[in-house]
Write a new protein. Structure first.
Length: 273
């Protein structure tokens, strides 16, 4: 009787272990086929929505987590909550890695968003008067980008070697004594009515209902910014060649996505692949 009971217990244990192994195997396979990507709402999340069906045909489930700031998508990626993120350009990522001791890298470049100068209380650059207020982003790389655009319009002159690390302290000449107000990038559209003009990131301009065709000035296609500030798919170092990351990149760098970007954004977003 004892042998029979022991046999039943052993059999139950073996069956339970088998189901546990099957469950673990299924969970692992499920994780490998699920791609969780953090993204800015516009245009990044919108572009990602276009590839869900394409990835599904290859057996992948794409989950898009939307963010409204420039910090959380990287901290979530570094913490393992995301497989990738899509919201930033390389200079911003380089600064983030240096400041936060993270090791996030680019898996691919997808698009460029021309930075623009938009009218607030003043309707044209030529109408700016002494002491006018200009809003620019307060994060390091986007501040430099805004200042370079202002310099291209003849409003300021920067130190010769300032380049992509320029800040307001690098302004050498400011003929109109313009008041350069540094504001968190996501808040500039809301502040537009309170300043004379503003330099706004492409994604926030789109999200705020602004049209690049209405901008007072935009970065040129052959500018330093155009070759430097392409928005990337970012992953933790060592995962660039993961099968699901490569599947994501391939789907985003397709002709279908190129056509969607060109038709949807009318020059506010430019494919770089």
């Amino acid at each position: 009787m004892k042998k029979r009971v022991t046999s039943i217990i052993l059999l139950f244990a073996l069956v339970t272990a088998a189901f546990s192994l099957i469950g673990c195997s299924s969970a692992k396979e499920s994780d490998e086929k699920k791609i969780v990507v953090g993204a800015a709402v516009t245009p990044h999340a919108e572009i990602l929505e276009q590839v869900k069906d394409v990835l599904a045909k290859d057996g992948y489930i794409l989950e898009v987590v939307e963010y409204n700031d420039y910090v959380l998508p990287n901290t979530a990626l570094d913490g393992g909550e995301l497989d990738a993120n899509y919201f930033q350009h390389q200079p911003y990522l380089d600064d983030f890695n240096e400041e936060n001791k993270t090791n996030i890298v680019s898996a691919a470049a997808i698009h460029f968003e021309p930075f623009g100068i938009y009218a607030g209380k003043t309707t044209s650059i030529a109408e700016l008067t002494e002491g006018a207020t200009i809003a620019i982003p307060n994060d390091t790389t986007n501040e430099a980008r805004a200042l370079l655009l202002l310099e291209a319009q003849g409003l300021i002159t920067l130190k010769q070697d300032a380049g992509l690390t320029a800040t307001v302290i690098d302004i050498e000449e400011n003929p109109l004594n313009l008041n350069i107000e540094e504001i968190e990038a996501a808040q500039i559209v809301r502040s537009l009515a309170d300043v004379d003009i503003a330099c706004i990131n492409g994604n926030y301009a789109i999200g705020g209902g602004l049209n690049v065709s209405d901008a007072l000035a935009v970065e040129s296609a052959d500018s330093l910014a155009a070759t430097t500030y392409a928005n990337i798919i970012a992953v933790n170092s060592g995962h660039e060649q993961d099968e699901k990351i490569q599947a994501l990149v391939k789907s985003l760098q397709s002709e279908e996505v190129r056509k969607f970007i060109e038709e949807k954004y009318n020059g506010a977003v430019v494919p770089v692949f």
